[in-house]
Design a protein around this ligand. Sequence first.
Ligand SMILES: Cc1cc2nc3c(=O)[nH]c(=O)nc-3n(C[C@H](O)[C@H](O)[C@H](O)COP(=O)(O)O)c2cc1C
Length: 225
Amino acid sequence: MTQEKYHTVPFAFERRHDKESKFRGQAMLDSLRRRRSIREFSSDPVPRPLIEIAVATAATAPSGANRQPWHFVAVSDPPTKTEIRKAAEAEEREFYEGGRAPEAWLEALAPLGTDANKPFLETAPWLVAVFKEIHGVAEDGSKITNYYVNESVGIACGLFINAIHHMGLVTLTHTPQPMRFLNEILSRPNNERPFILFPVGYPADDCTVPDISKKPLDEILTWVE
Ligand SMILES: Cc1cc2nc3c(=O)[nH]c(=O)nc-3n(C[C@H](O)[C@H](O)[C@H](O)COP(=O)(O)O)c2cc1C
């Protein structure tokens, strides 16, 4: 049975010299080191094909049993963005000012200077909402199990962020909690749950970012050789 379902095709692999691999890897690292989460956006428009490329890049991600348990909704419609901003800010007010956030979490967020106001949800030309599919739905309505959903969608989102950066655009990994309002506003079915809301665009002219740094390699990498 398994034999019948298992088909292969040749793998088109391009072997590179170590020197070229290092050059390419270093170039990508140098570029990614300039990526930052942006919270002040310009309203300059971004052509739809760029969003399409970013989502297509995300969709190349590996996923548990190749279930591809994700769905992307790209919003540029101003009234919908306004609706999303209102709902997100209501949740964020509960988080920051209404006692929903534990004190330790607020302390961890302090260096980032974030608060309940999210004007970028209206300013950014695009909001890309990523939904995780907690299970699939067969034609007869029965449930199809998905595997490693969080890992799979997390990897897809990482590739999305990379594509956005590579194209010279900026984004923010935004997670107002809870985000179920996105199902309602964007008419997504009940087997999908909001995962991340990415505003996408260009930074505002006077945009600043928190003065934070990444851990050094020797703190995060152990070799066993
Ligand atoms: C899963 C996840 C959720 C996040 N949620 C938010 C958020 O809701 N609001 C926000 O301003 N930043 C959010 N961030 C962005 C982080 O604060 C940011 O990545 C971190 O401070 C490092 O900054 P950098 O992205 O500029 O390197 C989130 C990041 C991740 C990975």
